[in-house]
Design a protein. Structure first.
Length: 76
C-alpha cells in the first residue's frame, strides 16, 4: 500500500466512525423526542373522561353559584 492509499484508507475509516457516531446521536435525540411526544399524547378515552369531568364541574359550579345567590338574598 502506498502512503496515499494508506492515508485514504485511514480517512475513510475516520469518516465512517464519525458518521456512525453522528447517526447514533441523531437516533438518540429522535428516541428522546418520541418519548416526550408519546408522554404528551392523550387517548380518545382520556379526552372523553376529561369532557365528562368538565361537564360535571360546570354543573356543580352552576349549582353552587345559584345556592350562593340564594344565601346572599336571605342574608340581605
Amino acid at each position: 500500500m502506498t502512503a496515499t492509499e494508506k492515508e485514504t484508507h485511514e480517512l475513510k475509516i475516520l469518516m465512517e466512525n464519525e458518521t456512525n457516531r453522528a447517526v447514533g446521536l441523531v437516533l438518540d435525540g429522535h428516541e428522546s423526542l418520541r418519548q416526550m411526544i408519546e408522554g404528551r399524547l392523550v387517548t380518545k378515552d382520556e379526552r372523553e373522561q376529561d369532557r365528562i369531568r368538565i361537564c360535571t364541574l360546570e354543573g356543580v359550579t352552576k349549582l353552587h353559584t345559584t345556592q350562593i345567590a340564594e344565601l346572599k338574598k336571605k342574608i340581605v
